[in-house]
Design a protein around this ligand. Sequence first.
Ligand SMILES: [Zn+2]
Length: 502
Amino acid sequence: MKSRNIWTLLIMIMACFPTVGLAREKMVIRFESPDAEVTDRYLSSEADVAAFKPGQYLDVVVTSQEYEQLLTQDRKFRVIQTESTQKSNLKVAGYRNYAEITAELQALAQKYPLLCRIIDIGDSQGKIYSDAGKYNYDAMKHDIWAVKVSNHVDTTEDEPAVYFMGGHHAREPIGVEVTMAILNYFLDHYESDETVRQYLNNTEIWFVPLVNPDGHQVVLDEIDVWWRKNIRDNNENDRYDRRLISHNGYGVDGVDLNRNYNFEWGVSDTSPFPRSLIYGGPAGGSEPEVQAVQSLMEYRKFIAGISYHSYGELVLYPYGYATDAYAPDSNAMSALAADMAKSIPGIAGGNYLFEPGWALYPCSGTTDDFSYGNYGTFAYTIELATQFIPPADQVQQICQDNLQGALVVMDRLNRAMLTGHVTDDTAGLPITAEVFIKGIDDSPIYRTPYTSEPLFGRYYRLLLPGTYQVTFSKTGYVSVSYDTIVINPDNPTLLDIKLQQI
Ligand SMILES: [Zn+2]
């Protein structure tokens, strides 16, 4: 989740003591059933809010000094995570590090050569610095791996594509574990499970298990177990500043990758100040890790996807950038979020909750807003777990429970939707035509108009069951409209369109 800092007074005091890193040990405190006064105070300030589950709890990361100060006030809270629990959970649970992830992906590609390809989609910031001769970054030379899983894996087929990704935020490594668990599940069950086989035969499933490998290393190596951002060299001193601590108790480098996506960038819950934990970067899409994911999305125009974070046991859907920014596809996205949330039990009982991103608190420059806003992808963020780094006895359970949510998304692709091809009526060639659905695409809230893709002229529109008015149009062609397209709950409606040149 997000991070801010409220302690103006402390900033001034601490500015006098610039290297008190050790005294800045952090912890997470919890307000149970927080009232409006508490939630308003923290959500509207610059507090480092770790998680907010409306009506249940509000968790805030504080330094030991902030904690001492809170003790003097009349507030009820308790400490639920400390620096040492974070470290022992990391060690005992055996969270995969970058080298282990890379080795495992290579082994999977070798074991399943017909189903699985590893693709290098970009370099981390650390690798770019190292390649430019900045030797302090030599230990942070990371490639960003995508894994494509499908039968005929070397061919781009006329199939919908789905993504699962993790590790945008460094201190949330459980998202990496869940993404790896889903990847392993699909590959290991292709032979034995008819449903999985159908998914892989009819879909391209893409995984980016670790979007932010440099930040992940900062946490896994315990350089700073509370680190969130990538390691962009904000102060341009050619090194990752593990000791140079800024006012909020964090290092001065880095960009918040889930505030850096280039859609409605810089609008809400993000900071223009490099030292902030929610620094959005110098420009939308400035970070190489985000560029890698943006390019993958532009290339494959996914029908749906999940980005895993921690924590809060929530399923979030677009938009996130502004209050009341109801996405044009809100109703259908919400219904799928509900089905997912219902399928995922929380670690202490009760299921995951679901809501639009903005309803939790508005934040902009996120993966989901970029993915949905540009390509109409049903793009979800799942806040896993009840802490950043869950202990060993919870990790497997969280992976298993969230596999169910992933399977709900896969199953959705066989249900209520409108799909087909748009081609030229003489040459039969695919056309990228706009597919306009009345009651959805005439929303006052903007999304890039949905078009069929160029390779096959294929389009996919996930819809709620009902009757729709649909128009297909392309400059230079005669538009075609249908007034009563019926969408059934249990299977896709197929509609191939031939457009005639004017
Ligand atoms: Zn996160």
